[in-house]
Write a protein that binds this ligand. Structure first.
Ligand code: UD1
Ligand code: UDP
Length: 370
């Protein structure tokens, strides 16, 4: 029986790997174990709880305000024992985090086959997103099987001379997770959602905000907060902002946006409650990768707080607009969406450029034939 090890460390990787864990665990041709680096802790555990995943290995690495040097070294070191103990044939990594890159390097040293989920996204600018673009490119160099979410991501890999028979276009597993969660939500009574019902003001348009990108730390976040302060002057708007736990985000957001009318700063939400809130929102403002992918499937317009994106599909379809971190630009785009019905309708088109909910099944099937 072939052995599979699925490794992840942060909230978005957990959300996007959970459907793959479920798909592999259902299949009797593989023995499947899960390892978390715990690059994130609380935000990772929220996802593990919802998807009912108990990791077989937990490196428990997160430290307050951790830096890239220590994190990278500790992941590579920590993985050595796990790899030697379990001796997997295939190691799955996801996306573009430090966990992705460092686990890939450790797996390369160990000699197992590396399978990269959400492969081939590129900006071709190593500084944006930083360090994620580097993480993706390094991982691609040593990956054996590349699971690309879209044709565009496949074509990026082909340009880097990766062989076509090592690439499979699968759709993004984030849509598998989304469909699973929306189904599960119909059946459960969720305490967090009940809390949100008490926070939201039903007569107002909800503007949902998230942000965490390293290249926005400092000046970028100050600008974003000033723009939100300006937008909150509109009495018909309620801004709800689940604030990422990174201290470089907490500090400017709490300093600039605490105790402002029409702005609710809340803790990071469990995935299912966040989806519920996305559905209730009129506009989403974010620098998140995953949210750019989920929002078109929920028919929500997204303003992206970045200058570039490795996810061009929804930008081309017109439901996502890059606004960067310029105060005037952010305020202007929000005002247009709130006041121009035609523009709003065009941007809230329901479509699924990132997947059909069957990505995980395709990945398992691909490996069954190897
Ligand atoms: C990381 C990833 C980024 C990904 C993002 C998703 C890297 C370099 N960055 O950024 O690619 O898009 O996660 O959210 O891989 N913290 C907590 N509890 C948590 C999580 C974070 O307290 O559950 C705090 C800690 O102080 C931690 C800090 O946030 O040291 C930074 O975490 P880190 O994973 O290094 O960076 P993120 O900004 O979360
Ligand atoms: N998300 C969540 N709770 C929140 C904010 C976001 O569960 O309070 C989910 C969101 O639905 C998406 C993912 O977290 O699936 C995005 O994570 P993040 O923005 O931290 O990382 P990125 O996608 O940018 O790597």
């Amino acid at each position: 029986m072939k052995k599979v090890l699925i490794v992840f460390g942060t909230r978005p990787e957990a959300i996007k790997m959970a459907p793959l864990v479920q798909a592999f665990k259902k299949n009797n041709f593989f023995e499947t174990k899960v390892c978390v680096t715990a690059q994130h802790r609380e935000m990772l555990d929220q996802v593990l709880d919802f998807f009912e995943i108990s990791p077989d290995f937990d490196l428990d690495l997160m430290k307050p305000n951790q830096n890239l040097y220590n994190l990278t070294g500790e992941i590579i070191n920590g993985m050595k024992d796990v790899l030697e103990e379990y001796n997997a044939d295939y190691i799955f990594v996801h996306g573009d985090t430090t966990t992705t890159m460092a686990v890939s390097i450790a797996s390369f040293y160990f000699g197992a086959k590396i399978c990269h989920v959400e492969a081939g996204l590129r900006t071709f600018n190593l500084l944006a997103p930083f360090p994620e673009e580097m993480n993706r490119q390094v991982t691609s160099r040593i990956t054996n099987y590349h699971f690309a979410p879209t044709e565009q991501s496949k074509s990026n890999l082909l340009k880097e001379n990766i062989l076509e028979n090592q690439i499979l276009v699968t759709g993004n597993t984030v849509i598998d997770a989304l469909f699973f969660a929306l189904e599960k939500l119909k059946k459960i009574n969720n305490e967090e959602i009940n809390n949100l019902q008490r926070i939201i003001q039903k007569d107002k348009d909800i503007v949902l905000v998230t942000g965490h990108r390293r290249e926005n730390h400092g000046k970028g976040f100050i600008n974003i907060c000033n723009a939100l302060k300006e937008i909150s002057k509109d009495k018909n708007v309620q801004i709800i902002y689940p604030v990422h736990l990174n201290p470089n985000v907490q500090e400017p957001v709490n300093n600039i946006l605490s105790n402002i009318e029409n702005i609710s700063l809340i803790s990071p939400l469990p995935y299912e409650a966040f989806l519920w809130l996305m559905n209730k929102s009129k506009i989403i403002i974010t620098d998140s990768g995953g949210i750019q992918e989920e929002a078109p499937s929920l028919g929500k317009p997204v303003l992206v707080l970045r200058e570039t994106t490795e996810r061009p599909e929804a930008v081309e379809a017109g439901t996502v607009v890059l606004v960067g971190t310029n105060v005037d630009k952010i305020v202007e785009e929000v005002n247009q969406l709130l006041n121009n019905n035609d523009k709003y309708k065009k941007m809230s088109l329901l479509h699924n450029p990132y997947g059909d909910g069957k990505a995980s099944k395709r990945i398992v099937k691909f490996l069954l034939n190897k």
